[in-house]
Design a protein around this ligand. Structure first.
Ligand SMILES: C[S@@+](CC[C@H](N)C(=O)[O-])C[C@H]1O[C@@H](n2cnc3c(N)ncnc32)[C@H](O)[C@@H]1O
Length: 178
């Protein structure tokens, strides 16, 4: 498939999915960004990492908000390739440094980032949630912050700092400082 055809297929698939244009998805985007924004480090430049790209709209926003090229990690090579291509074609002002690996392994490294985010369904999709969270925390510099927003429709985790709900959907936030 050519790059143009791959990108077009991505936009069509994204637009066809009812969730992507739902009120709930917009609510979730708003809640995620409103909670994270005041917790981002104020210094610039800042080293930032997001684990779990998906369609990549979170990574787009974080790069814009921080004004830097964040590091975006996903274990799915197709997702990594498409996201890299889309950001370049859309002329994102700070295209992410995209890395493709399972972030619950040692590849993420230690003491590298001022902020790491894990949002949306990433933790729920992870094969080993605890290992992913542990590795993300270890990747922070001293004083760095891990921002987690876990989403679901059963019961939110009991150790959440804050929970917001819209109907059956909840988003549970946790912040941990290294
Ligand atoms: C569906 S996306 C949602 C996350 C996205 N930030 C959002 O809010 O739209 C979840 C992504 O996490 C990735 N993922 C799950 N576990 C992972 C892991 N251990 N390491 C890296 N990526 C992972 C999946 O491949 C998937 O692309």
């Amino acid at each position: 498939m050519t790059e143009d055809a791959e990108l077009l297929a991505h936009y069509v698939e994204r637009g066809q999915e009812p969730w992507n244009v739902s009120l709930e998805a917009s609510w979730l985007d708003f809640e995620l960004r409103a909670w994270v924004k005041p917790r981002l480090p104020e210094r610039w430049p800042v080293t930032a990492c997001n684990i779990g790209i998906g369609v990549g709209l979170w990574d787009d926003w974080l790069g814009h908000e921080l004004g830097v090229a964040i590091t975006s990690i996903d274990s799915d090579p197709d997702i990594c390739r498409r996201f890299r291509l889309r950001q370049v074609r859309e002329r994102h002002p700070h295209p992410a440094i995209v890395r493709c690996f399972d972030a619950s392994t040692g590849v993420l490294g230690a003491g590298r980032f001022d902020v790491v985010t894990i949002v949306g369904s990433t933790l729920a999709e992870a094969v080993d949630r605890a290992a992913l969270e542990r590795r993300a925390f270890a990747a922070l510099v001293p004083g760095g912050v891990l921002l987690i927003a876990d989403v679901g429709n059963r019961e939110p985790p009991p150790d959440a700092d804050e929970v917001r709900r819209l109907g059956e959907i909840w988003v549970a936030f946790r912040a941990r400082t290294a």
